[in-house]
Design a protein around this ligand. Structure first.
Ligand SMILES: *[C@@H]1O[C@H](CO)[C@@H](O)[C@H](O)[C@H]1NC(C)=O
Ligand SMILES: *[C@@H]1O[C@H](CO)[C@@H](O)[C@H](O)[C@H]1NC(C)=O
Length: 368
C-alpha cells in the first residue's frame, strides 16, 4: 500500500514537471509551421485554428520572409515566417506552468506603418499595453519583454493589436514568442540591492542580436527584470554577453533613451547610516560612440559619471557615497544624453550599466 502511494507520488511529481513549461520558444512560437493553403486567402488566415498550436481571432496574416508590401520588403527575424495582427486581431496559446511562479514573455515585433502602434499582452488577470512607436533597432524589429505571476497551473497568453487603423495592412508583425521562469533574487549581506548584477531577467533569443527591451512599467507590477522598475516614458535594453560587451557576468542593461528611460529600485535604509552605491558604466561594443554621462541617484544625493565611448567595449567603476535620510531610499540611474549608433544613425543606444552594489559603510570617517 505504502509502495503504491510512494510510486503514485513519484509519478505525479514527474508528470507535473514533464508538463510544466521549460524555458524557450512556445509551441510553434516562431510560426514556422503554417496553415494549410486551403485555410488561407492570399496572406489572410481564414480559420481560428489554422495556425498549429495557436488560436487566432480577427484579421491575421501569415507572412513569408521576403514578401513585399508596397515598397517595403518584409523580413522575418527567426526562420521564414511571421504573423501580422490587423486591427483588433489577436493570437492566443494555452501553456502549462507552475502555479505561483513568475514568468517573463519575450517576443519580437515590427511596426509596418508610420502610425503609432501598440500591443496588448494579456495573461489574465494581468495585461500590459506595450508601445511600439520608438524604433530602437534599424531593421525595424525589436524584442520586448513582459512578466506575470501564474495564478493557475495553466495560463493563456494573448497578444492583441488594439489598433484601429484605416489601412488593414497596417498592424505589427510578430515572430518568436518565448517564455522563461523568473527567480526573483533577494538582497544579501553582499548587496542590499536585488538583482544588482542584472543576471536574472527575461529570455534572450540566441539568434537575435538586438537585445530585449524592458518596456516602461506603467501598467504592470511584475517586472521582467526582477527587482528593478523602468520609470518614465521609454524602455531600457537588456543585453547579453553573447552579442554585446558587458562589464560583469552575462547580462547588463543599456540606457538607450536618454533622460526618458530611468531604471530604479527602492531599498530599505537606516537613517543616519552611510552607504556606498557602486556600479560599472561602459559601452556595449555596438558602435555607440561619443561622450556619455550616467547619472546615479540615491534619494536626493546624485553623481554624474562621464564615459568616453569608442563603441568597442570597455567600462569604468564609480561610487556614490551617501547618508540615508529615510527608511526607504530610491536608487535610480539614467543617461544624460541620447546617442545614435555610428554605423546606422537610426538606432538609439547609450551607456551600459552593470554590477550595481549597495553596502553600508561600517566606520565612515567623521570630522568632528
Ligand atoms: C488589454 O486586454 C485586456 C484583456 O483582453 C483588457 O482587459 C484590457 O482592457 C486591454 N487594454 C487595452 C488598453 O486595450
Ligand atoms: C537559432 O538558429 C539555428 C540555426 O539557424 C537554429 O537551428 C535554432 O533552432 C535557432 N534557435 C532558436 C532558439 O530558435
Amino acid at each position: 500500500m505504502q509502495a503504491v502511494t510512494i510510486l503514485s507520488v513519484l509519478l505525479c511529481a514527474t508528470c507535473h514537471i514533464a508538463f510544466a513549461f521549460t524555458d524557450g520558444l512556445l509551441r510553434n512560437g516562431n510560426f514556422e509551421i503554417g496553415p494549410k493553403p486551403s485555410d488561407m486567402k492570399g496572406t489572410e488566415v481564414l480559420r481560428h485554428d489554422a495556425i498549429p498550436e495557436w488560436e487566432i481571432s480577427g484579421f491575421v496574416e501569415y507572412i513569408k520572409s521576403g514578401q513585399k508590401q508596397g515598397d517595403m520588403l518584409l523580413v522575418v527575424p527567426e526562420g521564414a515566417f511571421a504573423v501580422r495582427l490587423g486591427n483588433e486581431a489577436s493570437i492566443k496559446q494555452r501553456v502549462n506552468v507552475m502555479k505561483g511562479m513568475y514568468y517573463s514573455i519575450t517576443f519580437s515585433a515590427a511596426r509596418t506603418c508610420a502610425q503609432e502602434e501598440w500591443l496588448n499582452v494579456t495573461v489574465a488577470p494581468d495585461s500590459g499595453v506595450l508601445p511600439m512607436q520608438t524604433l530602437y533597432s534599424s531593421n525595424g524589429w525589436d524584442s520586448y519583454a513582459w512578466a506575470f505571476q501564474a495564478d493557475l497551473e495553466w495560463i493563456e497568453i494573448i497578444i492583441h493589436n488594439p489598433g484601429v487603423e484605416e489601412d488593414p495592412a497596417c498592424g505589427p508583425l510578430i515572430d518568436s514568442i518565448a517564455m522563461r521562469a523568473l527567480y526573483p533574487p533577494r538582497p544579501t549581506n553582499k548587496n542590499l540591492l536585488k538583482n544588482g548584477d542584472f543576471e536574472e531577467g527575461p529570455y534572450v533569443f540566441p539568434n537575435t542580436s538586438w537585445g530585449v527591451l524592458i518596456p516602461p512599467n506603467i501598467e504592470d507590477d511584475h517586472s521582467p527584470l526582477p527587482g528593478w522598475m523602468v520609470e518614465s516614458l521609454k524602455a531600457v535594453k537588456y543585453i547579453d554577453s553573447d552579442h554585446f560587451s558587458v562589464p560583469q557576468g552575462k547580462r547588463a542593461v543599456e540606457l538607450v533613451a536618454g533622460k526618458e528611460s530611468a531604471i530604479a529600485q527602492v531599498v530599505r535604509t537606516i537613517i543616519g547610516k552611510t552607504y556606498d552605491l557602486s556600479f560599472a558604466v561602459g559601452d556595449a561594443s555596438n558602435s555607440c560612440e561619443g561622450s556619455m554621462i550616467v547619472e546615479a541617484f540615491a534619494g536626493k544625493d546624485t553623481i554624474k559619471i562621464p564615459y568616453e565611448s569608442k563603441g568597442k567595449g570597455g567600462y569604468k567603476r564609480a561610487v556614490l557615497r551617501f547618508v540615508a535620510v529615510s527608511t526607504r531610499t530610491r536608487i535610480m540611474f539614467l543617461s544624460t544624453f541620447y546617442t545614435m549608433r555610428s554605423d546606422d544613425f537610426a538606432s538609439l543606444c547609450g551607456p551600459v550599466l552593470d554590477d550595481v552594489k549597495l553596502l553600508s559603510v561600517r566606520k565612515p570617517r567623521r570630522l568632528m
